[in-house]
Design a protein around this ligand. Structure first.
Ligand code: COA
Length: 307
């Protein structure tokens, strides 16, 4: 079904599972699993407060209320995308993606759980790989972070296996008691070196304005209009089709007036089909800023520092 609200149309499909946007119908199908319990006797995987520690039926009610509330709290400063994990067509868990000041920072965090009977089969790793693909390939994230209690071996193993690097520790409470969290981070560079080509994204482009993410084509247009020499790498459909491998070309704006004119060597049509997801540093600048600030805000920043 095509929903009027774009985030409800996003889908991420891997050979083993699908992350389907958490519509009310899908949440309803997950209720029996939540009612049966996500947390086993003596397990304390989550920090406080979380509905999954509560007794049923309060557990299901609060769980639904928090998802509904999170779904409606959407701004460029904060958004959370909720997905139901479908394995063999059956809902088995959730995988969320959270962006805070995403347009400025390009960083995301993830949160997930699987029903106990679906664990230890590699699905945890697969669903994290899927959400990372959405973050990096779909939304042009720069870095993904994750946190799990130091004794949450499964979650920490998923991060380690997918190439995250240790990112310090922190403290949180679980069921009221203090416990140490292990932090993890995965940079775009590290993700790119492991990038998979068997994960399919659907419905992402239409979501960008809802999440306050400047469509990259606009960013490029601004750069051209303001006369900023900009390296632009082309990703999107053309790159996915491998007709145009992620390629960098240079826009020489002063002599050129519109977006399509930055295309070269017959790439004009691919350009129209593509979403520009990299706007790099001007020549001579440290290339590291390419990764940190390549969203719309990077251009804004450049505008403040004309050279
Ligand atoms: C975290 C979770 C989603 C991982 O899913 P999973 O399907 O169990 O994980 P996978 O089968 O993909 O295993 C991933 C890795 O974890 C390891 N692993 C899984 N369970 C483990 C355990 N109990 N102890 C040690 N290692 C474990 C696997 O061996 C594998 O490591 P490898 O890649 O080095 O072989 C799942 O365990 C879960 O829902 N846990 C409860 C909720 C939770 O903790 N969420 C995260 C909160 S931060």
């Amino acid at each position: 079904m095509d929903h009027a609200y774009p985030p409800l149309n996003i889908e991420v499909a891997t050979p083993r599972l699908t992350l389907a946007a958490a519509t009310d119908d899908l949440l309803e199908r997950l209720v029996p699993i939540v009612r049966a319990g996500i947390v086993g006797e003596g397990e304390v995987p989550f920090d406080d407060p979380i509905s999954l520690y509560q007794e049923s039926p309060q557990r299901e009610w609060t769980w639904l209320q928090r998802i509904w509330a999170g779904r409606s709290r959407v701004s460029p400063q904060f958004w959370r995308l909720y997905f139901v994990v479908l394995a063999d067509g059956k809902p088995v868990g959730m995988q969320d993606l959270v962006g805070r000041e995403f347009a400025a920072l390009g960083t995301v965090t993830t949160f997930s759980w699987l029903c106990p009977s679906a664990r230890h089969r590699g699905l945890g790793k697969e669903m994290r790989a899927a959400i990372l693909h959405l973050a990096f390939a779909g939304l042009a994230a720069c870095e993904a972070t994750s946190e799990a209690f130091t004794d949450n071996h499964a979650s920490n193993a998923v991060s380690r296996a997918l190439g995250y690097e240790p990112n310090g520790t922190a403290w949180a409470t679980r069921r009221g008691d203090p416990a140490q969290l292990s932090g993890w981070k995965l940079t775009l560079e590290r993700w790119s070196s492991r990038r998979r080509d068997d994960i399919r994204l659907t419905g992402v482009e239409a979501c960008l304005p809802v999440l306050g993410i400047e469509p990259a084509a606009n960013v490029a247009a601004v750069a051209i209009e303001k006369g900023i020499p900009t390296d632009i790498a082309f990703f999107g459909r053309a790159a996915r089709n491998r007709r145009l491998a992620p390629t960098r070309t240079r826009a020489w704006p002063r002599s050129q007036g519109n977006l399509s004119s930055i295309c070269h060597k017959g790439h004009r049509r691919q350009m129209r089909d593509s979403r520009i997801s990299h706007c790099g540093a001007p020549r001579g600048q440290d290339n590291r800023s390419l990764w940190r600030t390549r969203q719309g805000e990077y251009i804004t920043e450049l505008l403040r520092r004309p050279h």
